[in-house]
Design a protein around this ligand. Structure first.
Ligand SMILES: Nc1ncnc2c1ncn2[C@@H]1O[C@H](COP(=O)(O)OP(=O)(O)OP(=O)(O)O)[C@@H](O)[C@H]1O
Length: 122
């Protein structure tokens, strides 16, 4: 297999991955909605530019982690469709990674709300 595909070809594979995740992964769709809700919230709160930078980083990390989690799940299902403790471990760790980032999202939301109502915006 040719490992050095042109960049446009790689971009097409990436777009195909995004399309598959959006179509077949309910968790990824839910996170896309969460990202849209976060953008609406940031617009409403009129936060400073650096909050936008932090939030964009969080959004990218959340979506990328969910995509990697889906990739791990697909490989785990291929390798061992039957119950296996190592598959349980791999899938649980993937789910934990997404959970960590979701919790950070809630923490960021609370911090912005606190700043908005108690520290006078910014
Ligand atoms: N083949 C397996 N062997 C052992 N445990 C498994 C296996 N498949 C699933 N599990 C357990 O069930 C949990 C849920 O697995 P599942 O494949 O439904 O993923 P999920 O986290 O619900 O993600 P999604 O809904 O995005 O597919 C896993 O975290 C794991 O603990």
């Amino acid at each position: 297999m040719n490992k050095n595909k042109p960049i446009w070809q790689r971009a097409l594979y990436a777009l195909r991955g995004l399309r598959i995740a959006a179509r077949e992964e309910a968790s990824f769709r839910a996170e896309l909605w969460a990202v849209l809700a976060a953008v609406a919230f940031l617009l409403w709160a009129q936060v400073a530019l650096w909050w936008w930078g932090l939030a964009l980083l969080w959004m990218a990390m959340l979506l990328a982690t969910e995509l990697l989690n889906s990739a791990v799940e697909s490989l785990a299902d291929l390798v061992s469709p039957e119950f296996h403790p190592l598959v349980a471990r791999a899938k649980d760790c993937g789910a934990a990674a997404v959970f960590v980032l979701s919790s950070v999202g809630v923490a960021l939301l609370l911090l912005i709300l606190w700043q908005h109502f108690h520290a006078g915006g910014g």
